[in-house]
Design a protein around this ligand. Structure first.
Ligand code: THU
Length: 127
C-alpha cells in the first residue's frame, strides 16, 4: 500500500463525515500491522463534546475488529491546510503504536509525514 493510496482511502471516507455543526469533513485510514486497512470519519453530536474525530473512529473500528498494532495513518480534511491530528487523537494513537507514521494530507493530496513520537514527545503511555 502506497502513501498515496492510503490517503485516497482517507479521502473517500471523508464523504461519510457527519459534521453538520462545524461543516468540516475529516477522513482517516489506518494501516494495521497485518496490512489490513480501517477507515473513519468525524462524527459530530448536538452535545458538542460528544463528537469523535476521524482518526479515533478509524482506530476504534480496527481495535473492535481485533487489531492492536498500526503502521501508518493518513488524515485528510477539507480546506487548504495539512490535517494534523488533535491532541486527544495523538494520545489515542499512542496507546497502540508509539512508532506510528502519521501522514497529514491537504485536500489537494499533498502531504507531510511525521513519526507520532515527534507529534507527541515524552508521551504518557503503557510503558
Ligand atoms: N476533527 C477530526 O476529525 N480530527 C482531528 O484531529 C481534529 C478535529 C474533527 C472534529 C470536528 O468534527 C471537526 O473536526 C472540527 O473540529
Amino acid at each position: 500500500m502506497t502513501d498515496r493510496k492510503l490517503i485516497e482511502l482517507a479521502n473517500d471516507v471523508m464523504a461519510n463525515s457527519y459534521s453538520p455543526y462545524s461543516r468540516f469533513k475529516v477522513g482517516a485510514a489506518v494501516e494495521c500491522a497485518d496490512g489490513s486497512i480501517y477507515v473513519g470519519c468525524n462524527i459530530e453530536n448536538a452535545a458538542f463534546g460528544v463528537t469523535v474525530c476521524a482518526e479515533t473512529v478509524a482506530i476504534a473500528s480496527a481495535v473492535a475488529a481485533g487489531q492492536r498494532g498500526f503502521k501508518r495513518i493518513a488524515i485528510i480534511s477539507e480546506g487548504g491546510a495539512y490535517s494534523f491530528p488533535c491532541g486527544t487523537c495523538r494520545q489515542f494513537l499512542n496507546e497502540f503504536s508509539p512508532e506510528l507514521e502519521v501522514l497529514c494530507a491537504r485536500s489537494d493530496g499533498r502531504y507531510v509525514s511525521y513519526p507520532l513520537s515527534s507529534l507527541l514527545p515524552m508521551a504518557y503511555g503503557r510503558d
